[in-house]
Design a protein around this ligand. Structure first.
Ligand code: DX5
Ligand code: ZN
Length: 222
């Protein structure tokens, strides 16, 4: 579920870092390790230079486990594929402001379908790109790596952007969650939380950890 306030910490392991040969077990492992959400990185090989998985995997996870599905669409035409990700059982769908679609219309359609709506900004995209949509979103994702691959280094230069969008939220009396994604482990989660983020996506630092529960807890407590 989406927590009551945007100050509640959420830990969302990214399935991209899981063993794809056993997705059901990996999802069960993440839930047992204390994950709040499961982050599903959908990549089309066009918006980003990698291809991961599509609605069929989202549906398989939805049918075999009970966890809030945080679906991150790194695809060029999120509007075109939206019905299939909604039907697959997504709980929250995040689309990129840089993709080729009518952003306001896509966000409106996500909410109309009963899903939560998220908007993502790549590291190079200024916070101002999100300004027209702040009252249409439940979550704002500030990418802390260039999207496409797990295991990259955290980009410090995104921290001021997190502070800006957190300030804008409070100034406007809005309540969107602020999510970070890419190079997140306990140390970087602490820095992002200090800047105003509350939803921590973590792939390699959780699924590849020797003790996943300890890794999830360390991010939660960071
Ligand atoms: C990258 C994905 C991230 C990635 C995070 O495009 O959006 O979610 O899986 O992986 P780590 O936590 O390993 O950087
Ligand atoms: Zn992601």
């Amino acid at each position: 579920m989406i927590p009551p306030t945007c100050r509640d910490r959420v830990v969302a392991p990214s399935l991209l870092a899981a063993d794809f040969s056993k997705i059901r077990e990996e999802t069960t492992r993440a839930i047992a390790a204390g994950a709040d959400w499961l982050h599903l990185d959908v990549m089309d090989g066009h918006f980003v230079d990698n291809i991961s998985f599509g609605p069929a995997v989202v549906q398989a996870v939805h049918e075999t486990n009970d966890i809030f599905l945080d679906v991150h669409l790194m695809i060029s035409r999120p509007d075109h594929f939206l019905p299939r990700f909604i039907a697959a059982g997504s709980d929250l769908i995040t689309v990129h402001v840089e993709a080729e679609h009518d952003v306001a219309d896509t966000l409106r359609r996500i909410r109309e379908a009963g899903c939560r709506a998220g908007l993502a900004l790549n590291p190079a995209t200024p916070a101002e790109a999100a300004l027209p949509y702040l009252d249409q979103i439940d979550l704002l994702l500030c990418m802390t790596v260039v999207p496409g691959f797990g295991g990259q280094a955290f980009m410090d230069e995104v921290l001021p952007k997190i502070e800006t969008v957190a300030r804008w939220r409070d100034e406007r009396g809005l309540s969107y969650h602020i999510e970070v994604d890419g190079g997140i482990g306990a140390p970087t989660a602490a820095r992002c939380a200090k800047a105003g983020a509350n939803v921590m996506v973590a792939g390699s630092s959780t699924f590849s950890a020797p003790d996943m529960a300890a890794a999830v807890k360390a991010i939660r407590d960071a």
